[in-house]
Design a protein around this ligand. Structure first.
Ligand code: PEP
Ligand code: MG
Length: 579
């Protein structure tokens, strides 16, 4: 049994068999198969080799099968792939040492590559790139097969990976994949947010977990405490099976709250909206009692390799309105860049992508793409309660520029005779410190603010939200953050601008009463957090929440502030919050 600690990003407990997802761009860790799997593992290897040979032949044809130099290079690759010594070595290490095909391939190729590298002869020392190329090709074929297996699972598993891209996470089948643990990531990485939305327990930032677990190992994922247990002993296994059951029961009981009003004990109403990553989240949101969607992240429209056209946008938004049955929908325009790379979108190559041409800045560069999205938002605006929200606004000038584009699209629609709501509410994300500090100057230009704490924290505290090495510095309860939040809420109150919060902090139960006490009236959170946040609100009074907030604003040490909030929340509402 081995216990590992990481960052808890999606609560709950689950005990299941591990499914390990490797990536060909990282070192393949040493893993084993059981003796009865040896023959099928050798078959896997032979099949991958056949497919890799087909890939090479196809590439040779494509690049010029009649050109002597090309034929020479690729025939060389085919010969390496067929080399009896190399093949014998790989199959022997699967058969005799029970290595997985991936590990056997990478070990043999590494050895050969190192040998070539050490040669003084220029011709031979350069051959290592050919071997590297063939190794990648073989691994990619072996790993493809794993991905295919993942897509067609017939049993429930937990995924162990170095990292999961947002699109890989989005494609997971929540009925079969019931938890995951990764080496990389932080609490507000999009992978973590997606796990919460899907309601599956997850722990990230485990650094080496993908090298320590083998496929088929029994693994406990405790997404509440941030703990992974590999191969638990019988007593531990029994304890966690009970916890898994208790967690399932608690979810069920919280659902009973669904039809009760959302208000404090002394009758102050609070609006609980949901954040949405994918269309399928809509039903979960409504089922959990969401009063609408406060943040519709639209980046999912880019999954796959096709740029969405006006109709793709229009149908997605119209479908959302249908499921919402009259509830409000806040559509955020594209927020690409940094950690939100979907489908074929390539990393920008910028040194600091989080500070680079992301989000609204990228939309200003790609005005056509931006206008297409705005046009479809406007086209659905008269079919329901639709608002438009611009992300990452950092100055009044940027806000005015975005609005100018919006008005240009409105004019186009007028001349095309297409109906829309000219009074569509306009909002901005407050997620850059400069916007929080100048909210008063932007108030007259908008109908609502939505505080995006995920980015606001990273930019205010200079802490990358997806870097596990600095995850302990990512502190929502830092007094600088609490002051910025209070400032925005106060501006909203004085200037009559609605204020919502859609960053992950607003769904973290430990902050519920603090935010209510600071005067926040709208929360947009992960659907699965709604019942518990609602329970805390219903069991507390506004007077108690204000008192708690006053106390918290005076605590300099963020850890102390969290301990205080957890203690007071439990005292007031009787609800325990995970810290
Ligand atoms: C935020 O930054 O808080 C936010 C909600 O936006 P995203 O997580 O999509 O960057
Ligand atoms: Mg953001």
């Amino acid at each position: 049994m081995e216990i590992k600690r990481g960052i808890p990003v999606s609560p709950g407990v689950v005990v299941r068999e591990a499914f390990v997802l490797d990536s060909e761009s990282f070192r393949i860790p040493q893993r084993f198969v059981s003796p009865d799997q040896v023959d099928s593992e050798i078959d896997r290897y032979r099949k991958a080799k056949g497919l890799a040979a087909q890939d090479i032949s196809a590439l040779m044809e494509e690049r010029g099968g009649h050109i002597e130099e090309i034929v020479h290079i690729f025939s060389g690759h085919l010969a390496i792939l067929d080399d009896p010594r190399l093949n014998g070595e790989i199959e022997d290490s699967i058969r005799e040492r029970n290595f997985t095909a991936e590990y056997a391939v990478s070990q043999s190729f590494r050895r050969t590559i190192n040998l070539f590298r050490s040669m003084s002869d220029d011709y031979f020392s350069q051959r290592f790139t050919d071997f590297g190329d063939i190794e990648r090709r073989l691994l990619s074929r072996l790993l493809d097969e794993r991905r295919e297996e993942l897509a067609n699972l017939t049993r429930q598993v937990v995924i162990i990976a170095r990292d999961l891209t947002p699109s890989q996470t989005a494609e997971l089948d929540a009925k079969k994949v019931v938890g995951f643990a990764t080496d990389a990531g932080g609490k507000t990485s999009h992978t973590a947010i997606l796990a919460r939305t899907m309601g599956i327990p997850a722990v990230v930032g485990l650094e080496t977990i993908s090298a320590e677990v083998s496929g088929g190992d029994l693994v406990v994922i405790d997404g509440t405490e941030g703990r992974i247990i590999i191969d638990p002993d019988p007593v531990t296994l029994e304890r966690y099976r009970c916890r898994e059951e208790a967690f399932r029961r608690e979810r069920f009981e919280l659902n009973v709250l669904r039809n009760l009003p959302i208000e404090t004990r002394d009758g102050h109403p609070v609006v609980l909206l949901a954040n949405m990553e994918m269309p399928r989240d809509l039903k979960t949101a409504v089922a959990n009692g969401a009063q609408g969607i406060g943040l519709y992240r639209t980046e999912f429209l880019y999954i796959g390799d096709r740029v969405p056209n006006e109709e793709d946008h229009f149908h997605a938004y119209k479908k959302a309105l249908e499921v919402l049955e009259g509830r409000p929908l806040v559509i955020r325009t594209f927020d690409f860049g940094a950690d939100k790379m979907f489908g074929e979108a390539e990393p920008s190559g910028e040194l600091n992508p989080f500070l680079g041409c992301r989000s609204i800045r990228l939309c200003f560069e790609k005005v056509d793409v931006f206008k297409t999205q705005i046009r479809s938002i406007l086209r659905v605006s008269h079919l329901g309660k639709v608002s438009i929200m611009f992300p990452m606004i950092s100055s009044l000038e940027e806000l005015q520029r975005a609005k100018k584009i919006l008005y240009e699209v409105m004019e186009d629609l007028v001349s095309d005779g297409i109906a829309f709501n000219p009074e569509i509410p306009i909002g901005i994300m407050i997620e850059v410190p400069s916007a929080a500090l100048t909210a008063d100057m932007m108030a007259s230009e908008v109908d609502f603010f939505s505080i995006g704490t995920n980015d606001l924290i990273q930019y205010s505290l200079a802490v990358d939200r997806v870097n596990e090495r600095v995850a302990s510095l990512y502190q929502p309860a830092h007094p600088a953050i609490l002051r910025l939040i209070k400032r925005v809420i106060d501006v909203g109150e004085v200037r009559g601008v609605k204020v919502c919060m859609c960053g992950e902090m607003s769904g973290d139960e430990v902050f519920t009463l603090l935010l209510v006490g600071l005067g926040l009236k709208e929360f947009s959170i992960s659907p699965i957090s709604i019942p518990k946040v609602k329970l805390i609100i219903r069991r507390s009074s506004m007077v108690e929440a204000r008192e708690l907030a006053r106390g918290a604003m005076n605590i300099a040490d963020p850890n102390e502030a969290i301990a205080y909030l957890a203690r007071e929340t439990e005292r007031i509402s009787g609800v325990q919050t995970a810290v």
